[in-house]
Design a binder for this molecule. Structure first.
Ligand code: NAP
Length: 294
């Protein structure tokens, strides 16, 4: 049993914290808005009054906030994780952020006497609730082993992919694949509807062949029904595609389909759909096809 602090109790952080409680850990949670702290308390966690309060006795500190500046805000400053955590504690950043920021913050964590691990996740809200996330872990091998049982409580595929920052690089590749796949599934669905094909039957057979993929399994039904409750917000995927395109440019790698998908995600957001699920890319395909349903 370990004392774990979780900072950021949103769509992902709250169910992850609840699974840690279920695994028998002592979990103290902090979030910017109080209602989400109350939800953790209702499930057996402890509510913290500040970041300092959450991390004071923690052996492992998990941060799960939206973007690089949010992680910087949570770990830095007099009230942040680095100034208040116990020396020797493990800081596991599960947020998806820029790999270069992850490397810089890990160095700052080391100066503060903490051991940093980047552990971004994939699997969406359902994976967080079910405790079946895929977790891409970057950091020192010994540190990763030390927190493995904690990660195993929230994920079913936990893989150490390399040194600090590598987890974020692998997550960027993940987001490239997911966005591109959603776009192609959206195009296929609008195409099928235009031909008046039974889309549910089509999805069933497509899912069994080489076109089968997790987006068809998990998102197609919602796309057909035009329900776009997040899930994973367009705002967040826009952020991630910015990370991917910058990192690809740095490495001198061409990602033409990724760049196109990044433009489409940006356009969807610019149209005011940033708070919808990323599967709402379908709305843009409809619009470009003169077939808008909304
Ligand atoms: P979210 O629902 O927006 O949750 C973020 C939480 O962080 C919110 O509850 C927010 O509080 C809190 N927060 C932000 N800044 C804070 C601060 N300074 N101090 C304390 N709490 C703070 O986002 P999410 O969907 O859980 O995503 C979190 C991370 O996981 C992102 O990096 C995302 O890219 C990644 N991710 C998400 C999914 C997914 O399907 N959603 C899947 C894989 C990875 P408020 O309540 O005040 O806003």
């Amino acid at each position: 049993m370990t004392h774990i602090a979780v900072i950021g109790l949103g769509i992902m952080g709250l169910p992850m914290a609840i699974n840690l409680v279920k695994a028998g850990h002592t979990v103290s949670g902090f979030n910017r808005s109080q209602d989400k702290i109350d939800k953790l308390v209702a499930k057996g966690g402890a509510g913290a009054s500040s970041i300092a309060d959450a991390v004071a006795d923690a052996d492992v500190i998990i941060t799960m906030v939206p973007d690089s500046p949010d992680v910087e805000a949570v770990v830095g400053g007099a009230d942040g994780v680095f100034a208040n955590a116990k020396p020797g504690a493990y800081w596991v950043d599960a947020s998806t952020i820029r790999p270069d920021v992850s490397v810089r913050l890990a160095a700052e964590a080391a100066e503060a006497g903490l051991k940093a691990i980047d552990a971004p996740v994939s699997g969406g809200e359902a994976g967080a609730i079910e405790g079946t996330l895929s977790i891409m872990v970057g950091g020192e091998a010994a540190d990763v082993e030390a927190v493995r049982s904690v990660l195993d409580a929230v994920g079913s595929t936990v893989v150490h992919v390399g040194p600090t920052g590598s987890g974020q690089t692998v997550k960027a590749a993940n987001q490239l694949i997911v966005a591109g796949t959603i776009q192609l599934v959206a195009e296929a669905l609008v195409f099928l509807e235009a031909h008046k094909v039974d889309t549910e039957a089509a999805v069933k057979v497509l899912a069994g062949g080489l076109a089968g993929n997790r987006i068809l399994d998990r998102k197609a039904a919602g796309m057909i029904a035009r329900t776009f409750e997040p899930g994973f917000r367009v705002d967040l995927h826009h952020k991630d595609l910015g990370i991917v395109t910058a990192a690809a440019r740095e490495a001198g790698v061409a990602i033409p389909l990724g760049a196109m998908t990044a433009q489409l995600m940006g356009a969807l957001r610019a149209e005011g759909h940033g708070s919808l699920d990323h599967s709402a890319l379908l709305l843009l395909v409809e619009q470009l096809s003169g077939r808008s349903s909304k």
